[in-house]
Design a protein around this ligand. Structure first.
Ligand SMILES: [Zn+2]
Length: 220
């Protein structure tokens, strides 16, 4: 296919060859492809947001090769934290915690020394930002507003720190025994909800739950 030239939406360089960007990372769609096979016959469950059935096709040419690579780096780390294609549990050992620790932390949070929170925050921001700047209509289209869109663009580009009026919550979905819908098969585009003085953009990827809150009046 002939290269498509355009303006990179991240670094704003004009007339560069644009790469096919996945809104939801490629590794997540690969894990979902096991759905429907005899190995993993259960359907995808979506609590809210939009189901990704053919996520390998949810792409858009929006970034130059350099930016595409930069954004992709954080995806590799998060891929290690997510559930495997056959529902292997999240490798808590790489986080240095036991399942008991994880359960006791529910609702209160846990401090994990060797968790690369910078990569997780970058990743979640990039998913929400990419979905918000996509021209396609099937990406959840989170409404983050022009001002925050620009703040996130600068942050993702490495020229600013994480926006002051933003917080990220990461949750790991626990797979109850005999649950009909495997948590690791849940993948969704960001869905936006408004709560008083802030917006919450929520999405799921292979057993991980991300909640990016943006607004000037955030709960403590
Ligand atoms: Zn670029």
């Amino acid at each position: 296919m002939a290269p498509v030239l355009g303006n990179c939406r991240l670094c704003l360089t004009h007339d560069v060859e644009l790469q096919e960007s996945h809104i939801i990372p490629k590794w997540a769609s690969k894990r979902l492809r096991a759905v429907g096979s005899t190995r993993n016959p259960n359907p995808i469950t979506i609590t809210y947001g939009q189901a990704v059935q053919k996520s390998n096709q949810i792409t858009e040419k929006m970034l130059c090769a350099h930016c595409e690579q930069m954004v992709g780096r954080s995806e590799k780390y998060v891929a290690k934290l997510a559930y495997g294609a056959d529902g292997e549990p999240v490798p808590l050992s790489i986080l240095g915690i036991s399942l008991t620790d994880a359960f006791s932390a529910i609702g209160s949070g846990i401090s994990i020394a060797n968790l690369h929170t910078d990569k997780i925050v970058y990743f979640a921001s990039s998913v929400v930002w990419r979905a918000s700047v996509a021209h396609r209509h099937d990406t959840g289209k989170p409404r983050i507003g022009r001002r925050y869109q620009e703040e996130f663009r600068s942050y993702l580009l490495g020229s600013a720190s994480f926006p002051k009026n933003a917080r990220l919550v990461l949750g790991i979905l626990v797979q109850p025994a005999n649950a009909p819908h495997p948590r690791h098969n849940i993948v969704s585009f960001p869905a936006t909800g408004r709560y008083g003085g802030y917006h919450r953009h929520v999405f799921f990827i292979c057993g991980l739950y991300f909640e990016l809150c943006i607004g000037s009046q955030m709960p403590k």
